[in-house]
Each structure stands twice: as structure tokens, then as C-alpha cells.
Design a protein around this ligand. Sequence first.
Ligand SMILES: [Zn+2]
Length: 188
Amino acid sequence: MLGMHSDPDISWAKAWHKLIPSKVSCLVWRLFQNRVATKDNLSRRGVIGQGSLQCVGECGVEEESASHLFFECPVFAGVWYRICKWLGVSTVFHNEGLSHLEQFEGLTGIGRVFVDRVSVIWFASIWCIWKARNDKVFKNKEVHIDKIIESVKILSWNWLKFKASNLEYNMAHWCLNPRVYLGCPVYI
Ligand SMILES: [Zn+2]
């Protein structure tokens, strides 16, 4: 499994988050199992040739793997730096799916409600990175980190808003100061 050897029970429970659409949970589950259709995996299955494995982020990396795309690529994985800045924290992340999620959950607070909410941002980030990557591969759309970040904020807001209760402020507040809604201290 090439470094993605997470405990199946834990990764299953983590992937099927109650606030997250099932198509996104599916992607995350595949990520935990190293079964996302990245170029290295497609090549191993004989779907694409050895000659076309380069990361579409044009970062110069010769082989697109899930850990590269989602957690290491200076282009796509730059999302995490920006998301941390938005949340008012800084850290150096793991490059493996489940450890990365668990680290993200512990970033700015503790407690079940907080973990449920902050991990929604993590799922949205994974989804938006994958979407931006596919838009580049299949539609030749340029990768714009600002657009990815914007999508993460909107998606995470929508997922939290539609299913969580007691939401008393709007998306503009969310984009400006997510910490208030996440339930962590505003000043650190
Ligand atoms: Zn890359």
C-alpha cells in the first residue's frame, strides 16, 4: 500500500463523517487505502503508460502519487498552508492521509463538536484539491490556489450549514473568522 497502511476500522469510521456527502467520503476512503486514481496507481494497473506520470501541478515531480498530490505538491498541497493561515494556526503536516486528518483535527481545539466541525474543512480541502487536479487533467483548466481556497470555504460552509444546528451567522462571517464557529478561542 505504499506507505498508506492505515487501520481499516479507524479509517472507515473517519471517512464516513456524518456531515460529509458520500461521494466525498468515498474519495477519502480511497485515499486512506491508496486507491485514488492518481497516475502512479493508474500506471500500476496498466491504464496509462510509464511516460505520462508527471504531476499536473507542473512542479517538476516525475510521478504523481496521492501523497504527493494531496500533501506534498508545492502547487496543490499549498492549500494546507493557506487553510492553516485562515484558521490562524501553523504546523508541518504528515504526508499520509489518516495521520494528516488526525493532525488537522487537533490543530486548534479539543472536543467532539470541534473535531466534527474542523474536519469538515479537511474533507472540503481534499475534495477541492482533487477537483482542481481533474479540471487540469481533463479540461486543461489552470490551477488557481485562490479559487481552491474559495471553494473550500464555500463547501465547508454549506456542509456545516445544512446539517449542523444552531448556526447563527452567515458565510461572510465564516470566511472572515471561522474560529468563532468552530468553537475555538478567537485569539491565540
Ligand atoms: Zn506536484
